[in-house]
Design a protein around this ligand. Structure first.
Ligand SMILES: Cc1cc2nc3c(=O)[nH]c(=O)nc-3n(C[C@H](O)[C@H](O)[C@H](O)COP(=O)(O)OP(=O)(O)OC[C@H]3O[C@@H](n4cnc5c(N)ncnc54)[C@H](O)[C@@H]3O)c2cc1C
Length: 525
């Protein structure tokens, strides 16, 4: 498989890192004046690996000598994820919570053996898929190690096989370490697709998708990742779970849901069986312009509630539309309204029929058909945006994203409250938003914030994040629609699921992981 290691201080493939394009530099100066660049130190000072030799030997016995790594370069690449605070710490050379070792099992049985050894010696285990987490879910116990004998990053990179394909039932069983593109390539050999394309697709893994209940850009057509999972296996310190023996059942509560979204805190997902679809013969993405964000949202609701959702549907608010289309000379010109991208995938006949039906509804509601060019531009550039975040950090602009979801009747209110919270806690910020995922009953709002980084960007962002999280939960919206809980959202989880919900999570954790070695500090309040 073609796994490219990400840059330790930036998003993505190191070869694809770029300087800020000149056109964007002009925009930045107009919006924020001249900011102080945020340097990235080339120094790499990691605490030395603190695991005693006999403890390392136990892991070597489980997975083989070659797959227990303690060198600084490997441990650095398994330190935290890719949120903006993670990137700021990495730029500052803060690697204080690097794991003591990176352990790479090659099979379910090796994961079982690793967990048995870690459990016996109270060594914390942080499952690591693609490392694209943005909620502090890979943080691990810090420098004091909180009473653990050490911390290992359980890197699932070697478990990257397509284990089985059932073309009759249209399911496939995949190992957790497969990255998005590799999973799609293996399925393509069978004429199949998963249809899961989050913006982190190029680096995120199958196990990570399951462990965080990820949602991709084609969720309207293919569904969220958790909705695709028909079965899974997981290893826990107290035994294994093998779930999903039928397409549907009434055999009590659905225990798959205990592992989906469990973020490594209840067990290690060692395979998932997913529902797959036939690879589309045709894809078509169009742009539509709406006079306002509200008008576009009403159109989305109309489609969702008449079972006419396309494969992809997303809508940028006025600010995001203006920034995306902006060229500095046109700033202040007539409003571009709000851009919606509408995509259809399937056979020629399916795409033709659905395109016509959806276009008729959108035109009838006052949308302006912009043709395929904006849709094509979105499809071509959709995995490039995260690289721009690093280029903006380079020139002193803090950029971060957050997301939520709510019912249609509350979308307006949640949008206003979160936008207001971000603007008032981050002086000089530009707040952009788009509707990223749509359901019959509601939608997800995805905010992007850009602001001058100032002297202490970590503190500036922390204050804004608290304000936005308070605003979301006070308005009754979820703390996260698809980024998961990690450590960052944990303080707000009880507000969402209540104290009984928290006690239930703690009881599950106590049963599956009584010593508490699995991803301590993540998910469970
Ligand atoms: C630029 C960018 C864009 C993003 N876009 C999206 C998006 O469009 N949609 C979306 O849903 N998310 C998005 N994310 C968030 C992130 O990519 C997802 O949460 C993704 O599912 C994480 O997958 P991963 O393989 O990188 O997991 P990791 O980051 O490695 O791990 C995530 C969590 O799951 C645990 N974990 C990983 N593998 C396993 C396993 N096999 N068993 C048990 N626990 C495990 C980890 O311990 C950690 O707590 C984005 C992130 C970035 C940086």
């Amino acid at each position: 498989m073609s796994t490219v290691e990400m840059h330790p201080q930036r998003w993505g493939d190191p070869a694809a890192a770029t300087d800020l394009p000149d056109s964007a530099r002009g925009l930045v100066e107009l919006a924020f004046g001249s900011a102080e660049p945020i340097p990235a130190t080339p120094d790499m000072t990691l605490p030395s690996s603190g695991l005693a030799p006999d403890l390392l030997a136990g892991f070597r016995a489980a997975v083989g000598d070659d797959h227990v790594l303690t060198d600084d370069a490997t441990r650095r690449l398994r330190t935290r994820g890719k949120s903006t605070p993670d990137l700021l710490r990495a730029r500052a050379g803060d690697l204080s919570d690097a794991p003591d070792a990176v352990v790479r099992p090659g099979s379910h049985d090796e994961v079982v053996a690793v967990l048995a050894h870690a459990n016996a010696h109270r060594i914390a285990v942080v499952p690591f898929g693609g490392g694209t987490c943005v909620t502090g879910g890979l943080a691990g116990p810090g420098p004091g190690r909180d009473g653990f004998a050490g911390v290992v990053s359980l890197d699932l990179v070697r478990m990257a096989r397509l284990l089985a394909v059932d073309p009759v039932s249209m399911t496939a069983t995949l190992e957790p370490g497969l990255r998005g593109p590799d999973a799609e390539a293996l399925l393509a050999e069978h004429g199949m697709t998963l249809g899961h394309f989050p913006q982190s697709f190029e680096h995120a893994s199958i196990g990570g998708f399951a462990a965080t209940r990820s949602s991709g850009q084609s969720s309207a057509g293919y569904g969220r990742f958790d909705a695709m999972v028909v079965g899974l296996t997981a290893a826990t310190p107290t035994g294994e779970l093998r779930l999903g023996s039928s397409p549907a059942n009434a055999a009590g509560p659905d225990l798959r849901q205990l592992l989906l979204g469990s973020e490594g805190a209840f067990g290690v997902i060692t395979s998932v069986t997913v529902r797959v679809r036939r690879a589309p013969a045709v894809t078509r993405y169009d742009g539509w312009r709406w006079p306002s964000f509200g008008a576009g949202r009403e159109a989305m609701r109309a489609l969702a509630q008449s079972e006419l959702l396309p494969t992809v549907i997303r809508l940028s608010d006025e600010t995001e539309t203006a920034i995306n289309l902006a060229d500095p000379e046109k700033i202040g010109a007539e409003s571009a309204g709000c851009l919606m991208v509408v995509g259809h995938e399937g056979t020629t006949e399916q795409v033709t029929t659905r395109h016509a039906a959806v276009a008729a509804v959108l035109a009838g509601l006052g949308g302006e058909d912009l043709g395929e060019e904006p849709g094509r531009a979105w499809a071509e550039g959709r995995f490039r945006a995260p690289y721009l975040r690093d280029s903006l950090l380079d020139v002193g602009v803090l950029v971060e994203t957050l997301e939520t979801a709510t019912f249609w009747s509350d979308v307006d209110h949640v949008y206003d409250e979160v936008k207001q919270a971000l603007s008032s806690h981050l002086a000089g910020a530009l707040v952009l938003c788009h509707v990223s995922h749509v359901y019959e009953t509601g939608a997800s709002l995805y905010f992007t914030v850009a602001a001058p980084a100032g002297d202490d960007p970590l503190a500036r962002w922390a204050a804004a994040k608290v304000a936005a999280s308070e605003a979301m939960t006070a308005a009754g919206a979820t703390i996260t629609h698809h980024h998961a809980v990690g450590t960052d959202h944990r303080p707000w989880l009880e507000r969402e699921i209540g104290s009984v919900g928290v006690r239930a999570l703690r009881a599950v954790k106590a049963e599956l992981d009584p010593v508490g070695i699995l991803n301590p500090g993540v998910l469970v309040p």
